[in-house]
Design a protein around this ligand. Sequence first.
Ligand code: FCB
Length: 444
Amino acid sequence: MPEATFHFPHDFRWGVATAAHQVEGNNANNDWWAWEQQPGHIAQGDTSGLACTWWEDAEADFARAAALGTNALRLSVEWSRVEPQPGTFDEGALGRYVEMVEALRQRGIEPMVTLHHFTNPRWLAEQGGWEQPETVDRFARFVERVVEALGPTCDLWCTINEPNVYAYQGYLAGAWPPGASEWGTAMTVMRHLLLGHAAAYRAIHEVQPEARVGFAHNMQIFDPARPRSPLDRFVTSIIDRAYNQAILSSLKRGLWTPPLGFGLALKLRGTLDWIGLNYYTRELVAFDRTRSEALFSRRLHGDDAEMLDGGYGELYPQGMMRCLERLAQLDLPIYITENGIPDDDDDQRPRHLLTHLHQLWHAIQRCYPVMGYYHWTLVDNFEWAEGWTLRFGLIALDPETQVRTPRRSAFLYATIIRANAITPQAIDAYAPELRPELLPGPDG
Ligand code: FCB
């Protein structure tokens, strides 16, 4: 029987990703903390609480990441800690972040620092947050301080995490703070986030000319539920444009792309040194004339779809390649800044990991410049409106006791990293469909 080992480039970045509010604990000064305290907002009435106690001891989990063999870790800086009052910067908080990135370096792990990952200081939220144009410059001022402090240890920056998800959840679905549901405001917020990205890009390069700056774009695959139906195809293309494409086109062309807006957006041009892909799932889209609030669409899943836990969507590894095909057109280095699966009992994660990495391997064979993969996530953490009900960790965490237990996927990831490859043994154990004799040719 033919065997295959899918090797990765020798300098490939094997990482894990997380965000400040989801792991630090006691982030009491931001808008998410306030939101969590109000009944009905978070599944089971959960709160972030002590989260994974990273503010006290991120180093213990950094040691776990190092033990897996990772050489990269994406984390974020919490704006409300660094700038607790407008214009007042907390040197102690900045010092703690310096300590963290140094602790990563000491373990041979390259930090990637995200500067905005969904949370805002309460004072900013009270002043209208990203609805207000002033937030763009305020963000750039905060970014400048962070880069001055962390710059000696870090040069890989992710300005903003998922502008589309942030705007969708907070300003359309009403599921995240501030709980709004207004199309126009959502588009304004997305435009301000992109301008914030551009302002941050320039602020970072002022302080650190050699910096590598990008942002993390959440892409989802949307396919027409009935591929032959012109109406399904039409709404699918509208949703794809609104969610996936408008942001990328606006940044590339320096022109607002509908539905984000119209007219020049010259400030956006040339503000990417790399692009990050957060990829999770696919949805099918059907035309539904009764749902004007959802652009006349309904989302569903095929009868044969393998579903993930907690209604999180479909396991669809091919989507990774389809997103990369589109991103490769930007001609920029690409990082998979997030990819993972909620799977408490870890029955799907090993196969998820292998099949997605196999797609990535294919992309690299096609010479797409994929530089690294950051698995979401190392340790179970506070999953926003889903609270602690969705478990994305390679390592399980009991938030009450803080006891951590590695899942079998943690060992699998360590094996892959050590081999710098997907090995036949891993394929046999968890993803027999990747055996070479069972694989379709490169184009099918
Ligand atoms: C992404 C978020 C991240 C985490 C994962 C599961 O959209 O960026 O914080 O919640 O989903």
